[in-house]
Design a binder for this molecule. Sequence first.
Ligand code: G3I
Length: 488
Amino acid sequence: MSLRTGTLTHPRRAQRALYATAAAIAAGTLLLAGQAGATGTGLKTLAEAKGIYFGTALTQSNLSNSALTAVASGQFDMVTPGNEMKWDTTEPSNGTYNFSPGDQIVSYAQANGMRVRGHNLVWHSQLPSWVSSLPTTQVQAAMESHITTEATHYKGKVYSWDVVNEPFNDDGTLRQDAFYAAMGNGYIADALKTAHAADPNAKLYLNDYNIEGQNAKSDAMYNLVKSLKAAGVPIDGIGLESHFVLGQVPSTMKANMQRFTALGVNVAVTELDDRIQLPASSANLAQQATDFTTVVDDCLAVSGCVGVSQWGVGDADSWIPGFFSGYGAATMYDANYQPKPAYNAVVTALGGSTSSPSASVSASASASPSASPSPSPSVTGVASSCKVADVVNAWNTGLTENITITNTGSGTVNGWTLGFTLSAGQTITSAWSATITPTSGQVTATNLSYNGTLTPGAATTIGFQANHTGDAAAPASFTLNGKTCSAG
Ligand code: G3I
Protein backbone atom coordinates (compact mmCIF):
# COMPACT_ATOMS: atom_id res chain seq x y z
CA MET A 1 0.00 0.00 0.00
CA SER A 2 1.65 3.24 -1.00
CA LEU A 3 0.57 6.74 -0.24
CA ARG A 4 -0.24 9.07 -3.06
CA THR A 5 2.60 11.43 -3.79
CA GLY A 6 2.32 15.16 -4.26
CA THR A 7 2.60 18.37 -2.33
CA LEU A 8 0.10 18.37 0.48
CA THR A 9 -1.03 21.96 0.29
CA HIS A 10 -4.73 21.53 -0.44
CA PRO A 11 -6.59 20.92 2.86
CA ARG A 12 -8.64 18.06 1.39
CA ARG A 13 -5.53 16.48 -0.01
CA ALA A 14 -3.92 16.67 3.43
CA GLN A 15 -7.06 15.23 4.97
CA ARG A 16 -7.02 12.45 2.40
CA ALA A 17 -3.36 11.72 3.12
CA LEU A 18 -4.06 11.40 6.83
CA TYR A 19 -6.91 9.03 6.10
CA ALA A 20 -4.68 7.12 3.71
CA THR A 21 -1.94 6.82 6.29
CA ALA A 22 -4.32 5.35 8.84
CA ALA A 23 -5.73 2.96 6.28
CA ALA A 24 -2.31 1.92 5.04
CA ILE A 25 -1.22 1.18 8.59
CA ALA A 26 -4.37 -0.86 9.13
CA ALA A 27 -3.85 -2.69 5.86
CA GLY A 28 -0.22 -3.39 6.69
CA THR A 29 -1.18 -4.84 10.05
CA LEU A 30 -3.71 -6.94 8.28
CA LEU A 31 -1.24 -8.30 5.76
CA LEU A 32 1.17 -9.22 8.54
CA ALA A 33 -1.63 -11.01 10.29
CA GLY A 34 -2.57 -12.67 7.01
CA GLN A 35 -6.29 -12.45 7.68
CA ALA A 36 -7.65 -12.92 4.20
CA GLY A 37 -11.37 -12.20 4.17
CA ALA A 38 -11.40 -10.40 7.51
CA THR A 39 -12.79 -6.93 8.09
CA GLY A 40 -10.62 -4.40 6.35
CA THR A 41 -10.00 -6.34 3.17
CA GLY A 42 -11.30 -5.95 -0.35
CA LEU A 43 -11.89 -2.85 -2.46
CA LYS A 44 -12.47 -0.78 0.65
CA THR A 45 -9.01 -1.39 2.05
CA LEU A 46 -7.35 -0.60 -1.23
CA ALA A 47 -9.52 2.51 -1.62
CA GLU A 48 -8.85 3.67 1.94
CA ALA A 49 -5.13 3.30 1.38
CA LYS A 50 -5.56 5.73 -1.51
CA GLY A 51 -7.58 8.10 0.67
CA ILE A 52 -11.00 7.44 -0.84
CA TYR A 53 -13.97 5.20 -0.04
CA PHE A 54 -15.58 2.55 -2.22
CA GLY A 55 -19.32 2.21 -1.78
CA THR A 56 -22.41 0.48 -3.01
CA ALA A 57 -26.15 1.05 -2.99
CA LEU A 58 -28.15 -1.37 -0.85
CA THR A 59 -31.89 -1.85 -0.59
CA GLN A 60 -33.80 -3.30 2.34
CA SER A 61 -34.46 -6.56 0.49
CA ASN A 62 -30.73 -6.90 -0.25
CA LEU A 63 -30.08 -7.33 3.49
CA SER A 64 -31.60 -10.82 3.57
CA ASN A 65 -29.45 -12.07 0.67
CA SER A 66 -26.42 -13.62 2.33
CA ALA A 67 -24.43 -13.99 -0.90
CA LEU A 68 -24.93 -10.29 -1.52
CA THR A 69 -24.17 -9.09 1.99
CA ALA A 70 -20.98 -11.16 2.08
CA VAL A 71 -19.71 -9.12 -0.86
CA ALA A 72 -21.16 -5.86 0.46
CA SER A 73 -19.49 -6.07 3.86
CA GLY A 74 -16.26 -7.53 2.52
CA GLN A 75 -15.70 -5.07 -0.30
CA PHE A 76 -17.40 -1.76 0.46
CA ASP A 77 -17.09 0.84 3.19
CA MET A 78 -19.90 3.21 2.18
CA VAL A 79 -23.60 2.46 1.72
CA THR A 80 -26.22 4.46 -0.13
CA PRO A 81 -29.79 3.33 0.52
CA GLY A 82 -31.25 2.55 -2.92
CA ASN A 83 -34.76 3.74 -2.10
CA GLU A 84 -35.26 3.74 1.66
CA MET A 85 -34.53 7.38 2.46
CA LYS A 86 -36.54 8.84 -0.41
CA TRP A 87 -39.57 10.98 0.27
CA ASP A 88 -42.15 8.40 -0.87
CA THR A 89 -40.84 6.01 1.80
CA THR A 90 -40.01 8.43 4.59
CA GLU A 91 -43.07 10.72 4.45
CA PRO A 92 -45.73 8.93 2.40
CA SER A 93 -48.42 11.26 3.70
CA ASN A 94 -48.16 14.77 5.06
CA GLY A 95 -46.52 14.67 8.47
CA THR A 96 -46.45 10.87 8.75
CA TYR A 97 -42.91 9.57 8.79
CA ASN A 98 -41.52 6.07 8.31
CA PHE A 99 -37.81 5.69 8.95
CA SER A 100 -37.85 1.96 9.54
CA PRO A 101 -36.51 0.87 6.10
CA GLY A 102 -33.75 3.48 6.19
CA ASP A 103 -32.92 2.61 9.79
CA GLN A 104 -32.34 -1.00 8.76
CA ILE A 105 -29.81 0.08 6.16
CA VAL A 106 -28.08 2.32 8.71
CA SER A 107 -27.97 -0.53 11.26
CA TYR A 108 -26.45 -2.86 8.67
CA ALA A 109 -23.86 -0.23 7.76
CA GLN A 110 -22.98 0.44 11.39
CA ALA A 111 -22.70 -3.27 12.17
CA ASN A 112 -20.24 -3.63 9.31
CA GLY A 113 -18.16 -0.51 9.82
CA MET A 114 -19.56 1.25 6.77
CA ARG A 115 -20.54 4.89 6.45
CA VAL A 116 -23.81 6.05 4.88
CA ARG A 117 -24.55 8.51 2.09
CA GLY A 118 -28.05 9.80 2.80
CA HIS A 119 -30.06 9.69 -0.42
CA ASN A 120 -32.05 11.91 -0.77
CA LEU A 121 -34.01 14.78 0.76
CA VAL A 122 -35.55 16.64 -2.20
CA TRP A 123 -36.19 15.05 -5.60
CA HIS A 124 -38.88 15.36 -8.25
CA SER A 125 -39.07 11.55 -8.52
CA GLN A 126 -40.31 9.07 -5.94
CA LEU A 127 -42.10 12.09 -4.54
CA PRO A 128 -45.51 11.29 -3.04
CA SER A 129 -48.38 12.89 -4.89
CA TRP A 130 -49.50 14.82 -1.83
CA VAL A 131 -46.46 17.08 -2.22
CA SER A 132 -46.98 17.85 -5.89
CA SER A 133 -50.69 18.41 -5.20
CA LEU A 134 -50.08 21.03 -2.52
CA PRO A 135 -50.93 24.66 -3.28
CA THR A 136 -47.63 26.35 -4.20
CA THR A 137 -47.86 28.49 -1.09
CA GLN A 138 -47.50 25.38 1.09
CA VAL A 139 -44.62 23.63 -0.66
CA GLN A 140 -41.77 25.47 1.04
CA ALA A 141 -43.05 24.65 4.52
CA ALA A 142 -43.57 21.01 3.53
CA MET A 143 -40.06 20.82 2.09
CA GLU A 144 -38.45 22.41 5.11
CA SER A 145 -40.36 20.15 7.52
CA HIS A 146 -39.38 17.09 5.53
CA ILE A 147 -35.71 18.03 5.44
CA THR A 148 -35.60 19.01 9.09
CA THR A 149 -37.37 15.88 10.30
CA GLU A 150 -35.38 13.42 8.19
CA ALA A 151 -31.97 15.06 8.63
CA THR A 152 -32.59 15.31 12.39
CA HIS A 153 -33.60 11.65 12.56
CA TYR A 154 -30.36 10.62 10.88
CA LYS A 155 -28.17 13.26 12.55
CA GLY A 156 -24.79 11.79 13.36
CA LYS A 157 -25.57 8.63 11.39
CA VAL A 158 -24.95 9.80 7.84
CA TYR A 159 -21.69 10.98 6.32
CA SER A 160 -23.47 13.06 3.72
CA TRP A 161 -26.84 13.99 2.26
CA ASP A 162 -27.85 14.31 -1.35
CA VAL A 163 -29.90 17.33 -0.37
CA VAL A 164 -31.27 18.05 -3.82
CA ASN A 165 -31.23 15.23 -6.33
CA GLU A 166 -31.26 15.71 -10.10
CA PRO A 167 -32.29 19.39 -10.20
CA PHE A 168 -31.33 19.96 -13.84
CA ASN A 169 -32.70 19.09 -17.25
CA ASP A 170 -30.09 17.95 -19.75
CA ASP A 171 -30.05 21.39 -21.43
CA GLY A 172 -28.97 23.00 -18.17
CA THR A 173 -32.30 24.56 -17.25
CA LEU A 174 -33.76 23.73 -13.85
CA ARG A 175 -36.52 21.13 -13.77
CA GLN A 176 -39.97 22.64 -13.47
CA ASP A 177 -40.92 20.46 -10.52
CA ALA A 178 -43.11 21.24 -7.51
CA PHE A 179 -40.22 22.90 -5.67
CA TYR A 180 -39.21 25.10 -8.56
CA ALA A 181 -42.83 26.01 -9.23
CA ALA A 182 -43.23 27.14 -5.62
CA MET A 183 -39.90 28.82 -4.93
CA GLY A 184 -38.03 29.29 -8.21
CA ASN A 185 -34.32 28.47 -8.12
CA GLY A 186 -34.16 29.65 -4.49
CA TYR A 187 -35.44 26.27 -3.35
CA ILE A 188 -31.95 24.78 -3.68
CA ALA A 189 -30.29 27.26 -1.32
CA ASP A 190 -33.22 26.96 1.06
CA ALA A 191 -32.94 23.16 1.09
CA LEU A 192 -29.18 23.29 1.75
CA LYS A 193 -29.56 25.79 4.59
CA THR A 194 -32.36 23.76 6.15
CA ALA A 195 -30.32 20.55 6.00
CA HIS A 196 -27.29 22.30 7.49
CA ALA A 197 -29.35 23.61 10.39
CA ALA A 198 -30.61 20.09 11.13
CA ASP A 199 -27.27 18.28 10.84
CA PRO A 200 -24.32 20.67 10.71
CA ASN A 201 -21.80 17.83 10.41
CA ALA A 202 -23.27 16.07 7.39
CA LYS A 203 -21.61 16.84 4.07
CA LEU A 204 -24.22 18.43 1.84
CA TYR A 205 -24.35 17.42 -1.82
CA LEU A 206 -26.20 18.18 -5.00
CA ASN A 207 -26.38 14.99 -7.06
CA ASP A 208 -27.19 14.57 -10.76
CA TYR A 209 -26.63 12.42 -13.84
CA ASN A 210 -25.08 13.44 -17.16
CA ILE A 211 -22.85 15.94 -15.37
CA GLU A 212 -19.79 13.66 -15.40
CA GLY A 213 -18.21 15.33 -18.45
CA GLN A 214 -18.20 18.94 -19.50
CA ASN A 215 -21.48 19.83 -21.18
CA ALA A 216 -24.44 22.21 -20.86
CA LYS A 217 -25.79 20.38 -17.83
CA SER A 218 -22.50 20.26 -15.91
CA ASP A 219 -21.89 23.91 -16.88
CA ALA A 220 -25.20 24.76 -15.25
CA MET A 221 -24.27 22.81 -12.10
CA TYR A 222 -20.88 24.53 -12.07
CA ASN A 223 -22.50 27.97 -12.27
CA LEU A 224 -24.98 27.03 -9.55
CA VAL A 225 -22.20 25.90 -7.20
CA LYS A 226 -20.27 29.06 -7.91
CA SER A 227 -23.24 31.24 -7.03
CA LEU A 228 -24.07 29.19 -3.91
CA LYS A 229 -20.49 29.47 -2.67
CA ALA A 230 -20.47 33.20 -3.39
CA ALA A 231 -23.67 33.59 -1.37
CA GLY A 232 -22.26 31.61 1.56
CA VAL A 233 -24.78 28.79 1.20
CA PRO A 234 -23.55 25.56 2.84
CA ILE A 235 -22.54 23.11 0.13
CA ASP A 236 -19.82 20.50 0.41
CA GLY A 237 -19.95 18.36 -2.67
CA ILE A 238 -21.29 17.41 -6.06
CA GLY A 239 -22.35 13.86 -6.82
CA LEU A 240 -21.64 12.63 -10.33
CA GLU A 241 -24.06 9.72 -10.65
CA SER A 242 -22.12 8.07 -13.50
CA HIS A 243 -24.72 5.82 -15.09
CA PHE A 244 -22.64 5.09 -18.17
CA VAL A 245 -23.24 3.31 -21.45
CA LEU A 246 -20.43 0.90 -22.35
CA GLY A 247 -17.48 2.73 -23.88
CA GLN A 248 -18.92 6.18 -23.23
CA VAL A 249 -17.16 7.45 -20.10
CA PRO A 250 -16.60 11.10 -21.01
CA SER A 251 -12.99 12.03 -21.77
CA THR A 252 -13.56 15.31 -19.90
CA MET A 253 -14.53 13.66 -16.60
CA LYS A 254 -11.28 14.40 -14.79
CA ALA A 255 -11.16 18.02 -15.98
CA ASN A 256 -14.79 18.41 -14.99
CA MET A 257 -14.09 17.07 -11.49
CA GLN A 258 -11.16 19.45 -11.22
CA ARG A 259 -13.18 22.52 -12.09
CA PHE A 260 -15.70 21.65 -9.37
CA THR A 261 -13.05 21.05 -6.73
CA ALA A 262 -11.44 24.34 -7.70
CA LEU A 263 -14.64 25.99 -6.48
CA GLY A 264 -14.00 24.51 -3.03
CA VAL A 265 -16.38 21.54 -3.10
CA ASN A 266 -15.67 17.83 -3.10
CA VAL A 267 -16.86 15.51 -5.84
CA ALA A 268 -17.94 11.88 -5.58
CA VAL A 269 -18.89 9.24 -8.09
CA THR A 270 -22.21 8.30 -6.52
CA GLU A 271 -24.06 5.71 -8.62
CA LEU A 272 -21.57 4.08 -10.96
CA ASP A 273 -22.74 1.47 -13.45
CA ASP A 274 -21.87 0.74 -17.07
CA ARG A 275 -24.63 -0.87 -19.08
CA ILE A 276 -24.08 -3.40 -21.81
CA GLN A 277 -26.44 -4.51 -24.55
CA LEU A 278 -27.17 -8.14 -23.69
CA PRO A 279 -25.86 -10.73 -24.11
CA ALA A 280 -22.54 -9.35 -22.91
CA SER A 281 -19.56 -10.61 -24.92
CA SER A 282 -16.10 -11.03 -23.44
CA ALA A 283 -15.05 -7.98 -25.49
CA ASN A 284 -17.87 -6.03 -23.82
CA LEU A 285 -16.68 -7.12 -20.38
CA ALA A 286 -13.14 -6.06 -21.27
CA GLN A 287 -14.40 -2.63 -22.35
CA GLN A 288 -16.37 -2.40 -19.12
CA ALA A 289 -13.15 -3.08 -17.21
CA THR A 290 -11.52 -0.21 -19.11
CA ASP A 291 -14.47 2.07 -18.31
CA PHE A 292 -14.35 1.30 -14.57
CA THR A 293 -10.58 1.88 -14.61
CA THR A 294 -11.06 5.28 -16.22
CA VAL A 295 -13.55 6.33 -13.56
CA VAL A 296 -11.39 5.17 -10.65
CA ASP A 297 -8.27 6.70 -12.19
CA ASP A 298 -10.07 10.01 -12.66
CA CYS A 299 -11.21 10.06 -9.04
CA LEU A 300 -7.75 9.18 -7.76
CA ALA A 301 -6.25 11.94 -9.90
CA VAL A 302 -8.42 14.65 -8.33
CA SER A 303 -7.60 15.43 -4.72
CA GLY A 304 -11.14 16.52 -3.88
CA CYS A 305 -12.73 13.33 -5.19
CA VAL A 306 -13.68 11.55 -1.98
CA GLY A 307 -14.95 8.22 -3.25
CA VAL A 308 -16.67 6.01 -5.76
CA SER A 309 -19.96 4.16 -5.20
CA GLN A 310 -21.45 1.55 -7.48
CA TRP A 311 -25.24 1.48 -7.86
CA GLY A 312 -26.03 -2.00 -6.52
CA VAL A 313 -23.73 -4.85 -5.54
CA GLY A 314 -24.13 -7.12 -8.54
CA ASP A 315 -25.86 -7.44 -11.89
CA ALA A 316 -28.87 -9.08 -10.23
CA ASP A 317 -29.41 -5.97 -8.10
CA SER A 318 -29.04 -3.39 -10.81
CA TRP A 319 -31.88 -1.10 -11.89
CA ILE A 320 -30.66 -1.23 -15.49
CA PRO A 321 -32.56 -4.28 -16.88
CA GLY A 322 -35.81 -2.90 -15.50
CA PHE A 323 -35.34 0.54 -17.04
CA PHE A 324 -33.33 -0.04 -20.26
CA SER A 325 -34.80 -2.90 -22.22
CA GLY A 326 -32.15 -5.28 -23.52
CA TYR A 327 -29.37 -3.82 -21.35
CA GLY A 328 -27.76 -5.12 -18.18
CA ALA A 329 -24.52 -6.62 -16.84
CA ALA A 330 -23.75 -3.11 -15.58
CA THR A 331 -21.82 -3.82 -12.36
CA MET A 332 -18.55 -5.41 -11.26
CA TYR A 333 -20.25 -8.62 -10.06
CA ASP A 334 -22.27 -11.10 -12.08
CA ALA A 335 -25.66 -12.41 -10.99
CA ASN A 336 -23.95 -15.01 -8.79
CA TYR A 337 -21.75 -12.40 -7.09
CA GLN A 338 -18.68 -13.59 -8.91
CA PRO A 339 -16.30 -10.76 -9.80
CA LYS A 340 -16.20 -9.72 -13.44
CA PRO A 341 -13.21 -8.26 -15.30
CA ALA A 342 -14.28 -4.78 -14.13
CA TYR A 343 -13.71 -5.85 -10.53
CA ASN A 344 -10.18 -7.01 -11.25
CA ALA A 345 -9.54 -3.79 -13.15
CA VAL A 346 -10.69 -1.70 -10.18
CA VAL A 347 -8.46 -3.69 -7.83
CA THR A 348 -5.54 -2.93 -10.12
CA ALA A 349 -6.51 0.75 -10.47
CA LEU A 350 -6.55 1.00 -6.67
CA GLY A 351 -3.03 -0.39 -6.51
CA GLY A 352 -3.95 -3.95 -5.55
CA SER A 353 -3.16 -7.20 -7.20
CA THR A 354 -5.59 -9.90 -8.23
CA SER A 355 -2.90 -12.57 -8.10
CA SER A 356 -1.07 -11.64 -4.92
CA PRO A 357 -1.74 -14.20 -2.19
CA SER A 358 -1.61 -11.46 0.45
CA ALA A 359 -4.58 -9.56 -0.95
CA SER A 360 -7.87 -11.02 0.10
CA VAL A 361 -9.36 -9.59 -3.07
CA SER A 362 -7.53 -12.34 -4.94
CA ALA A 363 -9.61 -14.93 -3.17
CA SER A 364 -12.77 -13.67 -4.78
CA ALA A 365 -11.27 -12.79 -8.15
CA SER A 366 -12.26 -15.99 -9.84
CA ALA A 367 -13.01 -16.74 -13.44
CA SER A 368 -15.34 -14.43 -15.27
CA PRO A 369 -18.46 -15.75 -16.92
CA SER A 370 -18.36 -16.51 -20.61
CA ALA A 371 -21.40 -16.53 -22.77
CA SER A 372 -21.41 -19.92 -24.45
CA PRO A 373 -23.93 -22.59 -23.44
CA SER A 374 -22.51 -25.94 -22.43
CA PRO A 375 -24.04 -29.09 -23.93
CA SER A 376 -24.85 -32.58 -22.67
CA PRO A 377 -26.33 -32.22 -19.18
CA SER A 378 -25.52 -35.12 -16.87
CA VAL A 379 -25.36 -35.92 -13.19
CA THR A 380 -22.33 -37.66 -11.74
CA GLY A 381 -22.74 -39.23 -8.35
CA VAL A 382 -25.94 -40.51 -6.84
CA ALA A 383 -29.41 -39.00 -6.49
CA SER A 384 -30.30 -35.71 -8.18
CA SER A 385 -32.69 -33.24 -6.65
CA CYS A 386 -33.05 -29.49 -6.68
CA LYS A 387 -34.78 -26.52 -5.20
CA VAL A 388 -35.65 -23.25 -6.88
CA ALA A 389 -36.32 -19.85 -5.35
CA ASP A 390 -37.55 -17.08 -7.56
CA VAL A 391 -38.09 -13.41 -6.93
CA VAL A 392 -40.30 -11.36 -9.21
CA ASN A 393 -40.09 -7.58 -9.29
CA ALA A 394 -43.00 -6.36 -11.41
CA TRP A 395 -44.29 -3.01 -12.58
CA ASN A 396 -47.35 -2.22 -14.68
CA THR A 397 -46.15 -3.72 -17.99
CA GLY A 398 -42.92 -5.48 -17.15
CA LEU A 399 -41.07 -7.62 -14.67
CA THR A 400 -37.67 -8.93 -13.78
CA GLU A 401 -37.26 -12.35 -12.27
CA ASN A 402 -34.24 -13.81 -10.52
CA ILE A 403 -34.22 -17.60 -10.18
CA THR A 404 -31.83 -19.33 -7.80
CA ILE A 405 -31.27 -23.00 -8.52
CA THR A 406 -29.73 -25.13 -5.78
CA ASN A 407 -28.45 -28.65 -6.27
CA THR A 408 -29.88 -30.44 -3.22
CA GLY A 409 -28.81 -33.86 -4.48
CA SER A 410 -25.70 -35.83 -3.60
CA GLY A 411 -24.37 -35.89 -7.16
CA THR A 412 -22.71 -33.15 -9.20
CA VAL A 413 -24.80 -31.65 -11.99
CA ASN A 414 -22.68 -31.29 -15.13
CA GLY A 415 -24.66 -28.96 -17.35
CA TRP A 416 -28.32 -28.29 -16.81
CA THR A 417 -31.54 -27.15 -18.36
CA LEU A 418 -34.27 -25.56 -16.28
CA GLY A 419 -37.80 -25.97 -17.61
CA PHE A 420 -40.70 -23.73 -16.62
CA THR A 421 -43.85 -22.19 -18.08
CA LEU A 422 -44.39 -18.46 -18.29
CA SER A 423 -47.81 -17.08 -17.42
CA ALA A 424 -50.00 -16.09 -20.36
CA GLY A 425 -49.00 -12.73 -21.77
CA GLN A 426 -45.40 -12.82 -20.51
CA THR A 427 -42.68 -12.42 -23.16
CA ILE A 428 -39.00 -12.52 -22.28
CA THR A 429 -37.04 -9.59 -23.66
CA SER A 430 -33.63 -10.38 -22.20
CA ALA A 431 -32.02 -13.01 -20.01
CA TRP A 432 -28.86 -13.18 -17.92
CA SER A 433 -26.64 -16.04 -16.75
CA ALA A 434 -28.51 -18.50 -19.00
CA THR A 435 -29.91 -18.74 -22.51
CA ILE A 436 -33.69 -19.03 -22.45
CA THR A 437 -35.80 -20.19 -25.41
CA PRO A 438 -38.42 -19.61 -26.65
CA THR A 439 -39.54 -16.25 -25.24
CA SER A 440 -43.03 -17.26 -24.09
CA GLY A 441 -45.04 -20.27 -22.97
CA GLN A 442 -43.06 -23.36 -22.01
CA VAL A 443 -39.40 -22.33 -21.96
CA THR A 444 -36.01 -23.88 -21.30
CA ALA A 445 -33.13 -22.08 -19.65
CA THR A 446 -29.72 -23.56 -20.42
CA ASN A 447 -26.61 -22.90 -18.37
CA LEU A 448 -23.68 -20.86 -19.64
CA SER A 449 -20.21 -22.38 -19.49
CA TYR A 450 -19.31 -20.75 -16.18
CA ASN A 451 -22.33 -21.94 -14.21
CA GLY A 452 -22.98 -25.39 -15.69
CA THR A 453 -21.41 -27.37 -12.87
CA LEU A 454 -23.34 -27.52 -9.63
CA THR A 455 -21.68 -29.57 -6.95
CA PRO A 456 -23.91 -30.85 -4.12
CA GLY A 457 -25.25 -27.83 -2.25
CA ALA A 458 -24.11 -25.37 -4.93
CA ALA A 459 -26.46 -22.71 -6.23
CA THR A 460 -26.56 -20.39 -9.20
CA THR A 461 -28.83 -17.48 -10.00
CA ILE A 462 -30.16 -16.72 -13.44
CA GLY A 463 -32.74 -14.21 -14.48
CA PHE A 464 -34.74 -12.52 -17.16
CA GLN A 465 -36.73 -9.45 -17.97
CA ALA A 466 -40.17 -9.85 -19.55
CA ASN A 467 -43.13 -7.83 -20.71
CA HIS A 468 -46.52 -8.82 -19.34
CA THR A 469 -50.13 -7.96 -20.02
CA GLY A 470 -51.42 -8.06 -16.45
CA ASP A 471 -50.34 -11.44 -15.11
CA ALA A 472 -46.92 -11.04 -13.48
CA ALA A 473 -47.08 -14.34 -11.59
CA ALA A 474 -43.98 -16.50 -11.27
CA PRO A 475 -43.93 -19.94 -12.90
CA ALA A 476 -45.80 -22.54 -10.85
CA SER A 477 -42.99 -25.10 -10.97
CA PHE A 478 -39.52 -25.78 -12.32
CA THR A 479 -37.72 -28.87 -13.55
CA LEU A 480 -33.94 -29.28 -13.54
CA ASN A 481 -32.79 -31.73 -16.22
CA GLY A 482 -36.36 -33.00 -16.29
CA LYS A 483 -36.71 -33.51 -12.53
CA THR A 484 -39.20 -31.37 -10.61
CA CYS A 485 -37.58 -29.05 -8.07
CA SER A 486 -38.99 -28.13 -4.69
CA ALA A 487 -39.60 -24.49 -3.87
CA GLY A 488 -37.18 -22.74 -1.58
O1 G3I B 1 -42.14 -0.27 -3.85
C1 G3I B 1 -42.92 -0.49 -5.01
C2 G3I B 1 -43.74 -1.76 -4.87
O2 G3I B 1 -44.67 -1.59 -3.83
C3 G3I B 1 -44.44 -2.04 -6.19
O3 G3I B 1 -45.10 -3.27 -6.08
C4 G3I B 1 -43.43 -2.13 -7.31
C5 G3I B 1 -44.07 -2.37 -8.68
O4 G3I B 1 -44.59 -1.20 -9.20
O5 G3I B 1 -42.71 -0.90 -7.39
C6 G3I B 1 -41.99 -0.63 -6.20
O6 G3I B 1 -41.33 0.58 -6.36
C7 G3I B 1 -40.20 0.56 -7.20
C8 G3I B 1 -39.03 1.08 -6.40
O7 G3I B 1 -37.90 1.19 -7.24
C9 G3I B 1 -38.68 0.15 -5.24
O8 G3I B 1 -38.33 -1.11 -5.70
C10 G3I B 1 -40.48 1.46 -8.39
O9 G3I B 1 -41.48 0.89 -9.21
C11 G3I B 1 -39.21 1.64 -9.19
O10 G3I B 1 -39.44 2.64 -10.18
C12 G3I B 1 -38.11 2.12 -8.27
O11 G3I B 1 -36.94 2.25 -9.03
C13 G3I B 1 -35.89 2.99 -8.41
C14 G3I B 1 -35.58 4.23 -9.21
O12 G3I B 1 -34.50 4.91 -8.60
C15 G3I B 1 -36.76 5.18 -9.30
O13 G3I B 1 -36.39 6.34 -9.95
C16 G3I B 1 -34.69 2.09 -8.36
O14 G3I B 1 -34.96 0.99 -7.50
C17 G3I B 1 -33.50 2.89 -7.84
O15 G3I B 1 -32.34 2.11 -7.96
C18 G3I B 1 -33.34 4.14 -8.66
O16 G3I B 1 -32.27 4.91 -8.16
C19 G3I B 1 -32.01 6.15 -8.83
C20 G3I B 1 -31.41 7.09 -7.82
O17 G3I B 1 -32.21 7.20 -6.69
C21 G3I B 1 -31.18 8.46 -8.42
N1 G3I B 1 -30.40 8.36 -9.63
C22 G3I B 1 -30.87 7.40 -10.62
C23 G3I B 1 -31.04 6.02 -9.99
C24 G3I B 1 -31.45 5.00 -11.02
O18 G3I B 1 -32.72 5.28 -11.55
